[in-house]
Design a protein around this ligand. Structure first.
Ligand code: NAD
Length: 299
């Protein structure tokens, strides 16, 4: 069997198109332009790339982008003051503080200072609680993107066995909550799980979010299962000076030989994450103004 490839790049383009259509409608009918503020503290190269991509895509779908780049030595007080101003700014519907923050800043404190209604990353404890209790929340972008692709592939997820490998607050835990919300039977596996291969073998849906290159081989996968590979890992370069190849947490070739469907790395979950950030921003904007939300862009 050769798995169907779930094309995250194409799917993300569809999500962005839906967002752009809704944004155009908001402008035309209500005179509202959704706005996303991204805050970057310091000069982490990977974060700079992400922030640039987020700003570019925000503008491309017709939303306003506000970028705030702060020095690595910025104090907590200055950062909290900026967040308070963004919370109060009616042109800003979504606020994202790019993580990781420099070590002297308390990430939990900073994230929880964001107005939960503008918390488009879905990391504020209020949104975590709303998601856990099945209420309307802002949902973390990466798991939301995974859920959208799973729903599109399976239709209903009800009753399916899902195994999420990884228990981070950003991916693993919210992913498990979302799958539970769609009535899957959910197992969260992690670094202390006993006999991980056996746990994974019972899954109709495997979501791997570990950060270990190619750790899931094809012989852990139940024939026909759907594999969602969240991991982004760079292999050591083949030759000096070159860049190593990007791979996921799953061994693509052996998993694709057994699975029913699989997301590639790159081109799977990655592109969906920013698309879902845009989706969350338009959703937050609609909720703030009490106008109908776009369909199919939330959990
Ligand atoms: P994390 O380091 O916070 O969490 C990793 C989890 O893996 C932990 O819960 C740990 O218990 C588990 N783990 C570690 N070793 C294990 C093992 N041997 N067996 C089973 N479980 C094990 O990482 P994260 O932030 O959740 O990210 C996970 C991966 O997803 C990384 O590669 C990251 O780059 C990637 N990621 C991708 C996107 C995207 O947009 N595609 C977004 C976020 C994270």
């Amino acid at each position: 069997m050769s798995a169907k490839v779930i094309d995250g790049t194409a799917f993300a383009a569809q999500v962005r198109e839906k967002v752009a259509t809704h944004v155009a409608g908001l402008k035309e009918v209500h005179g509202i332009t959704p706005g996303l503020a991204v805050v970057l503290v310091g000069e982490d190269p990977a974060s700079q790339v992400y922030v640039r991509a987020k700003g570019k895509q925000t503008v491309e779908v017709g939303m306003a982008s506000f970028e705030h780049r702060l020095d690595a030595a910025t104090s907590e007080a200055v950062l909290l003051d900026l967040i308070a101003r963004l919370n109060a700014d009616p042109a800003v519907h979504g606020i994202l503080v790019q993580l990781p923050l420099p070590a002297h800043l308390d990430e939990d404190l900073v994230i929880n200072a964001i107005d939960p209604a503008k918390d488009v990353d879905g990391f504020h404890i209020s949104n975590v609680g709303l998601l856990a209790t099945g209420q309307k929340a802002m949902v973390p972008c990466t798991p939301l993107g995974c859920l959208m692709m799973l729903r599109a592939h399976h239709g209903s997820l009800s009753g399916l066995e899902a195994v999420v490998i990884g228990r981070s607050n950003i991916v693993g835990k919210p992913m498990a909550q979302l799958l539970l919300g769609d009535s899957c039977t959910v197992t969260i596996a992690h670094s202390r799980t006993r006999d991980l291969p056996e746990v994974v073998r019972r899954a109709d849906i495997v979501v791997a979010a570990v950060g270990r290159p190619q750790m899931v081989p094809g012989d852990w996968i139940k024939p026909g299962a759907t594999v969602i590979d969240v991991g982004i890992n760079r292999l050591p370069p083949a030759e000096e000076g070159a860049k190593g190849r990007l791979v996921g947490d799953c061994d693509y070739d052996s998993c694709a030989a057994v699975a029913g469907a699989i997301t590639p790395v790159p081109g799977g979950v990655g592109p969906m994450t920013i698309a879902c950030l845009l989706a969350n921003t338009v959703t937050a904007c609609c909720r703030a103004h009490g106008v109908p939300e776009p369909e199919g862009l939330t959990a």
